[in-house]
Design a protein around this ligand. Structure first.
Ligand code: ADP
Length: 251
């Protein structure tokens, strides 16, 4: 979609180009256990992002020399499909994909009980099918669910969401055009049960007060995402037993 250079990202009513309020997250759909063959999987539609994650392990590590004797080796591979962007993306891994693979791994590693599985590997493949800004946050959110689906013991879920600055206003969850034209972006991931921040990146410039506001908004967004993750797990794992008219719910 072509837009004029001077077009505003926030209109006079205080709404963004897609009609969202400043503190609104894009519509999100989450499905856990999307794939048959992976040990664990999750599929997330987050606005116009479509992201599929497959998790394998604990399993033998290849190449073998990377095996760790005291814990599992946890690896993440973030990959954008060539058709995931407006202009075809070169299929070879870009520096950005290598960086995001590392960023996603370090956001999740603090919650994985790697010490329970020495000499094994846990691999997460994050496939971005369509992208529109915020794919690292959507990738972290989906990978955390795919790890649960694979039965990997976790200290808790990790939920991610970015805040940013557009037209001088602090807003939640930038989409592609806002990321491109906006002034700043602050992706955050939190492990709510441990009360920890596991990812904090910043691109652009905030004043100190804007930074505090953006961080607060991003953490609030992460908490909303965490609720959606729990709901998606409940949908997948709630077994309803109907016996003599009694309904027994197990999560
Ligand atoms: P994130 O997706 O986590 O926000 P970036 O800020 O690096 O990560 O990217 C913002 C958006 O820019 C991506 O979601 C994607 O839509 C787009 N983008 C990233 N890399 C490319 C690329 N090589 N070609 C076209 N668009 C890209």
């Amino acid at each position: 979609m072509k837009r004029k250079e001077d077009e505003k990202l926030i209109d006079k009513k205080g709404l963004r180009l897609d009609g969202r309020r400043l503190d609104e997250i894009r519509p999100i759909k989450i499905e856990v256990g999307f794939l048959e063959k992976a040990n664990g999987s999750a599929y997330v539609e987050w606005g116009k992002n479509k992201i599929l994650v497959a998790v394998y392990g604990p399993r033998e590590v290849h190449p073998r020399h990377l095996t760790l004797t005291h814990r599992a080796l946890f690896r993440c591979r973030y990959h954008m499909a060539p058709f995931s962007t407006e202009e075809r993306k070169h299929p070879a891994p870009s520096r950005r994909e290598v960086e995001l693979s590392k960023v996603i791994r370090s956001a999740l590693e603090p919650v994985v009980f790697t010490e329970l599985y020495p000499r094994t590997g846990v691999d997460a493949f994050i496939e971005v099918l369509e992208s529109d800004g915020g794919t690292r946050c959507a990738g972290i959110t989906a990978t955390s669910l795919a790890l649960v689906d694979a039965g990997i013991p976790l200290k808790g879920l990790v939920a991610a969401c970015a805040a940013g600055k557009i037209d001088g206003e602090v807003v939640l969850d930038l989409d592609g055009i806002e990321d491109q034209k906006g002034e700043a972006d602050l992706p955050v991931a939190i492990a709510p049960r441990r009360n920890e921040v596991t990812l904090l990146q910043m691109d652009g410039i905030f004043s100190y007060d804007e930074f505090k506001k953006a961080l607060g908004l991003a953490v609030e967004g992460c908490k909303r995402i965490h609720d959606m993750q729990k709901e998606a797990l409940r949908r997948k794992y709630t077994i309803v037993k109907e016996e003599n008219g009694m309904i027994d719910e197990e999560v």
